[in-house]
Write a protein that binds this ligand. Sequence first.
Ligand SMILES: O=P(O)(O)OC[C@@H](O)[C@@H](O)c1c[nH]c2ccccc12
Length: 392
Amino acid sequence: MEGIFAGAQAKVRIPVPSFLAMRCRRDLPSMDRLPGILVGEPRKSTRLRCMKADKEITDGHVMITFNHDDLVNSVEVREWESGKSLNDIAAKQGIRIRRRYRTGHPSESSQDDEDPPHNILEKIIWDKEVEVSQFKWRIPHDALNKAIDSAPPVRDFVGALKASYQRTGLPALIAEVKKASPSRGVLREDFDPVQIAKAYEENGAACLSILTDEKYFQGSFENLEAVRRAGVKCPLLCKEFIIDSWQIYYARSKGADAILLIAAVLPDLDIKCMIKLCRELGLAALVEVHDERELDRVLNIDGIQLIGINNRDLETFEVDISNTKRLLEGERGEIIRRRGITVVGESGLFTPEDISYVQGSGVRAVLVGESLIKKSDPGSAIAGLFGRDVSI
Ligand SMILES: O=P(O)(O)OC[C@@H](O)[C@@H](O)c1c[nH]c2ccccc12
């Protein structure tokens, strides 16, 4: 595989997703986890190497054009070229979640035995790495491309949130279709995702969030597809632990209108490239943060429209809704307002007081699961959550 090097002002076209690269090259360096950006043998050269856009790889394939400078100047690329591992690079950005496979290949040694997962989020990610690598081989790229071609059109997720806020004067609701969670166990036994989705829509939800992780949340991509096929008009967020651009294509093929990117898991360059990919596919990206450091990282990335502040610490499960207020105070809140970024308050919202508390902090949308799904009638629980009927 030949590397290409572009001159100072040239554009570098990079094939995404990385799974194609993985099919062509088995000797990828650890950085192949970045979404299709870094391939080749960086240690042998100080020059940036990108995969040559040859026909076999690019046929019928979405290409993303990166400004050459974006890549060369990226800290990750420079560090990678000097031989650092992805986990080291991520750790320098304050990311505590480590990846399981140092080389990116499940066939090679993992760190399970020496140093098992430190917390539940890390465990979820390690399992997800295995799951995604298996899926990628099972669903060939051509099939995925065809599925995307025949997928229903993307709806405007951010537009739906803004319209709802303007209509009601209350934070727009992203109602979560969630059967279970690792922190709370099974939330609802009689779980019919389509029925619940319709009830949420009828009762004023602006958008829906559909859990697709099976192992920890008892969700599925079938649920996402079924809700989309049932004619629900609310735009859909695919609630998945995304670590690879392949998953974004997959979510799109199943009818998602938006995806979630978790800053506690993804290095900056992953977030940048995934956002770019979302734009190419017409998807919205909800970028989730939990603390100031993550928010600062995300605010340094161009093109972010939607930031989620999770009140739940995914490493410890502790929930504290004052987290939203703390993060939006001062200059950070100012920057967000100036840029017109929509902030979503996530998790632990149960009462009209909770809603007005986060609204007062600057939130224009809320993501709510447990407090609705546990009620005998989740649809009519929406009016109870907001203190009034928000469907009119
Ligand atoms: O059920 P709650 O406390 O209302 O939370 C909903 C949502 O915020 C939560 O499910 C969530 C937020 N971020 C996540 C990331 C992965 C899985 C789940 C989540």
